[in-house]
Design a protein around this ligand. Sequence first.
Ligand SMILES: Nc1ncnc2c1ncn2[C@@H]1O[C@H](COP(=O)(O)OP(=O)(O)O)[C@@H](O)[C@H]1O
Ligand SMILES: [Mg+2]
Length: 249
Amino acid sequence: MIEIRSLKKSLGGKPVLDGIDLDVLEGESLVIMGPSGTGKSVLLKHIVGLFDPDEGDLLVDGMSVPRADGHTIREIRSRISYVFQNSALFDSLTVEGNILLGLPEDHCGRPDVDCDKLVLKALEHVNLEPDVLRLLPAELSGGMTKRVALARAVVGHQKYILYDEPTTGLDPLNASKINELIAHLKNEIGSTSVIVTHDVDSAFNLADRIAVLSDGKIRALGTPEELRSSSDPGLQRFLDPTSALAGAV
Ligand SMILES: Nc1ncnc2c1ncn2[C@@H]1O[C@H](COP(=O)(O)OP(=O)(O)O)[C@@H](O)[C@H]1O
Ligand SMILES: [Mg+2]
């Protein structure tokens, strides 16, 4: 379980997160939505200790991320995989090299671990053929790049997967394929997911619960049904995919 407690963070003298309280429950898919520049990526980065909060705390399986020493932060990070907003593949590494980065250091040197098998299984999860392993990121289409990023995220069977805008920049067909894969991965691997997305349709398809972040605070939190039946007109405009305000509270 991930517990976020009264978390505050200012950046460049401007409050970005202004008292966030949020739990991510075991096994759930929690979608975080909110306007651009509202702190969604900053919040995800706090979970893996890439940002330190100014105030408040954040616990992963009971371990405080801001107060973790080097050993504890490695333990926390070993439980989490992170699909960055731009996929963040290493240009100079092949697809295989990029996927192997999803495994803990020294993992492949262990006699009881068959890394080739793990990589092939990860490829299978994201519907890619083994012949892509030799390719470099520059040789991949946008949809394939996202798939490789997903393969890297699942290869180590981490307990938590954080997805930052996994479908941004993809055409609708590839975006819906990636959404299907995220749902499939949840069912196959049983991981707990935090998914940041702008896409209202995919949020409603993927989420067990949705948190709407705006002006540094969680404005709404509930199941898709609960949010749909809310009487808050600002929230309804935000959630209506046909509205020009969709995704912009
Ligand atoms: N490393 C950083 N240094 C200074 N400001 C940052 C940094 N990262 C993000 N910000 C600012 O924090 C705010 C939230 O950014 P971000 O979390 O990336 O938004 P989004 O909700 O679109 O993911 C923005 O105003 C952004 O400019
Ligand atoms: Mg972002």
